[in-house]
Design a protein around this ligand. Structure first.
Ligand code: FEO
Length: 401
């Protein structure tokens, strides 16, 4: 099934209802691999799909035009969820020239046997006339890989934004006004946090470059197409690129015999008593995907781990490694945790928080065996301090500051 965006520009991608893992990201609502067909005097396919779905893509294209009439395949990004089907597409569309940038050409040549391919290498500002419509190219490195590029159709004010503004969200509706908006926004936030949070500055540059374009529709490579709620997603991105904090406290923990869990609850109570949004996040029952989403707009974080073998528990180790790579900005916090005959868990967590550039607010808050009433009171006070800091950070970073 295909979907028309505007006359003679159609979605021809694949809706993947079953995918639940995207290199470690839990895609709870599946995903889509969006490809688009622009038909004019010349015909251009914008991106492809994952390799196993090449047949579906070709069927969609063939329902609109003869495969021999495809003149160009624009590759905005070499990652295999978008370019995996490229060899099959080129085999089926013998007239097609691959249009991409130099970096993408290099990566494609690393993934595929590109010996017989015909290329047109483009860069920012280059245009490809198709007849009544034109494709203009805008390189947006690191959104999401060094090769990433967006393609703009000025006559339609349409931006093919690649991974930018995407969501891992399988749906029957192809547009933002055909699906529940809050669900789509949540998935856009989850996508941003887990895929491109680390690239805030390049995304900011891409937003600035795109600000010079007239845009009526943003067609990303995953999820729904933005045509009715552009203001909402653009405003959200302006917040997310700087990890703009809300007055929100996150208490993350992993507990062996519930002592660290008791400390976590006391910290959370102390934060709640200050009237800010505070959330308890037990790593044993949550995913890293959800953690990154919650971290994106949290101002302060307390992270607790019991001590195991002189260090932190393993879920904390994995989650902190994941988070460090995502490079969240503007966070403050501290580590806590219980220990038995030797210390080590809380200190190891604190070290990772520091390595993640979290502003450290105090020394690790520790207790031996079970927390005493005095320790729990200290936890409540530390929670109150987190709440105050969260309020301060969110006030300092209001939009426009
Ligand atoms: Fe959807 Fe970076 O690929």
């Amino acid at each position: 099934m295909t979907t028309s965006l505007v006359p003679n520009i159609d979605w021809v991608g694949y809706v993947d209802w079953t995918v639940r893992d995207f290199h470690g990201y839990n895609t709870f609502r599946g995903s889509t691999y969006n490809a688009y067909l622009v038909r004019d005097e010349k015909t251009a396919l914008i991106d492809t799909v994952k390799a196993p779905y090449a047949g579906d893509l070709l069927q969609h294209i063939a329902s609109l035009t003869a495969l021999e009439k495809v003149d160009y395949v624009v590759v905005n990004h070499a990652e295999p969820d978008h370019a995996g089907a490229l060899p099959a597409v080129l085999a089926a569309c013998p007239q097609a020239t691959v249009v991409t940038n130099k970096k993408c050409q290099g990566i494609l040549s690393g993934y595929h046997d590109t010996g017989g391919w015909s290329w047109q290498v483009v860069g920012t500002g280059d245009s490809l006339p198709l007849g009544s419509r034109t494709l203009r190219f805008l390189e947006t490195p690191m959104v999401h890989w060094p090769d990433s590029m967006m393609t703009y159709v000025p006559e339609e004010k349409l931006l093919f934004s690649m991974d930018g503004f995407g969501q891992h969200y399988a749906s029957s509706g192809r547009f933002d006004d055909q699906e529940p908006l809050e669900t789509v926004m949540w998935e856009a936030k989850t996508y941003y946090a887990n895929i491109i949070m680390w690239a805030g500055k390049p995304i900011q540059r891409a937003l600035e470059a795109a600000a010079g374009l007239q845009i009526a529709m943003i067609a990303p490579s995953h999820g729904v197409i933005w045509r009715s709620h552009l203001d909402r997603i653009l405003a959200a991105y302006r917040d997310w690129v700087v990890c703009r904090p809300k007055p929100k406290v996150l208490v993350v923990y992993e507990s062996m015999w519930e002592s660290t869990a008791q400390m976590a609850r006391a910290i959370w109570e102390g934060a709640c008593a200050q009237g800010v949004a505070a959330q308890l996040f037990d790593l044993r029952v949550n995913s890293n995907t959800l953690l990154a989403t919650e971290v994106l707009d949290a101002a302060t974080i307390a992270w607790g781990s019991s001590t195991l073998n002189g260090g932190m528990l393993p879920l904390s180790g994995g989650a902190l490694t994941y988070l460090k790579g995502l490079r969240p900005l503007c966070k403050a916090g501290f580590a806590f945790g219980s220990y038995g005959w030797s210390r080590g868990g809380a200190a190891a967590v604190q070290e990772m928080l520091e390595a993640t550039k979290v502003e450290i607010l105090r020394e690790p808050l520790e207790c031996q065996w079970r927390p005493t009433p005095e320790v729990l009171e200290e936890c409540r006070k530390a929670g109150a301090m987190l709440a105050e800091k969260a309020t301060q950070l969110s006030c300092e970073m209001q939009p426009g500051q």
